[in-house]
Design a protein around this ligand. Structure first.
Ligand SMILES: Cc1ncc(COP(=O)(O)O)c(C=O)c1O
Length: 368
């Protein structure tokens, strides 16, 4: 009898810090719903970590985007420029507002949108831009904010994948008018499900706070001047978040070390290209990803790794190829080439040097 090879998941959750202790504290305190001491600690903690004045915890990263767009008054008739190569939530939040997402192509090196790609898409209906630090790799933000300022557009920074990502020495979360995070289970730090909006702007924060809590006037109980949402995050989940935030520096060190190792061992295999950090950016390496020469080769590599119980994920389908958005008339050839030929390798503290060596040798067998 042979033992089944160990299953190596593409992502893993490390709850070995104070997660259990804080969760029990929250449980014992009786604060179970969407307010309480851990909600405030988590909001303050993430805002301070990023160097932003206000943080507002919410149910997930998708509704964080929705709150941000609603705060800017996005509605029917408006266009918002978004990357094609991202998770679908980025565009769906625009659609929830009755507005139209307009898809921008990505750069073949960083796989991120650039100011140049977005400039060509601006029309008189454009209200704002959402940028995404894809897989944790920072967007070159200065040209984006300059473009937005020139055209009077808002910038939402979708940092769902970018906890601890650095651009010019500052942390992601500070570069948009509003930034959003996700704390879904596979993210660099997690609350199970969860999200947050960050901003320095008092008015935007007041609007998002109102919208998160059903629209109730904070000074007049059960008086609702508007239709809002119940988008709160529970004190229990925030207890996990506070503990995970304490671990974030360690998670980032592990990931950056792993990414360097993957890059070193894969460098000499022809036919592989890597997602590159642009000059002044340092990725969080939420997911270490590679590109093969084409989709068929990518699929063969994924199948060979699956054979030995190593999980991988294909990169995101470019959104303009998916049924809800295929009629958008987007022209994003680079997103198509990258999205269809790339895959995420297992990334996190659970991946050993031996795993990396095994992954390398399997890839080499398939394409070498
Ligand atoms: C870029 C991006 N935006 C938004 C989201 C949505 O976050 P959530 O799953 O917490 O709703 C995710 C992912 O999960 C994401 O990767």
């Amino acid at each position: 009898m042979f033992d089944e090879p160990r299953f190596l998941p593409v992502a893993d959750t490390d709850l070995s810090g104070r997660e259990r202790e804080y969760l029990l504290q929250a449980f014992d305190s009786g604060w179970l719903s969407g307010s309480g001491p851990f909600v405030e600690r988590f909001e303050r903690g993430v805002a301070d970590y990023c160097g932003v004045r206000h943080g507002l915890a919410c149910a997930n990263g998708t509704v964080a985007l929705h709150l941000a767009l609603l705060a800017f008054g996005v509605g029917p008739g408006d266009e918002v420029i978004v990357p094609s190569l991202t998770y679908i939530a980025t565009a769906n939040a625009v659609t929830y507002c009755g507005a139209t997402p307009v898809f921008a192509d990505c750069d073949p090196g960083t796989w991120n949108v650039s100011a140049d790609a977005m400039r060509a898409l601006i029309t008189e209906r454009t209200k704002g831009i959402i940028v995404v630090h894809l897989y944790g790799n920072p967007v070159d933000m200065d040209p984006v904010t300059a473009l937005a300022r020139q055209h009077g557009l808002f910038v939402v920074e979708d940092a769902a994948e970018a906890h601890g990502t650095l651009y010019k020495g500052r942390r992601a979360g500070i570069f948009g008018d509003v930034a959003t995070f996700s704390f879904y289970g596979n993210k660099l730090m997690t609350t199970g499900e969860g999200g947050m909006v960050l901003t320095d702007n008092d008015d935007l924060m007041a609007k998002m706070r109102l919208l998160r809590g059903q629209g109730m006037d904070p000074a007049r109980r059960y008086w609702f001047p508007m239709v809002g949402y119940n988008y709160r995050l529970t004190n229990l989940q925030c207890a996990l978040g506070v503990a995970q935030l304490e671990r974030l520096p360690e998670f980032l060190v592990n990931r950056r070390r792993l990414a360097a190792r993957y890059a070193a061992v894969l460098a000499d295999i022809p036919g592989i290209s890597l997602q590159t950090e642009q000059g002044e950016g340092i990725s969080s390496w939420w997911m270490f990803s590679i590109r093969l020469s084409d989709q068929a080769t990518r699929d063969r590599v994924m199948a060979a790794l699956a054979e030995v119980n190593i999980e991988t994920r294909p990169l995101f389908w470019p959104l303009h190829m998916l049924p809800p958005y295929e009629l958008a008339g987007a022209n994003c050839p680079v997103s198509e080439a990258v999205g269809l030929s790339g895959l995420n390798l297992p990334t996190g503290g659970h991946v050993t040097d031996g795993d990396v060596d095994q992954i390398r040798s399997i890839i080499k067998q398939v394409i070498g």
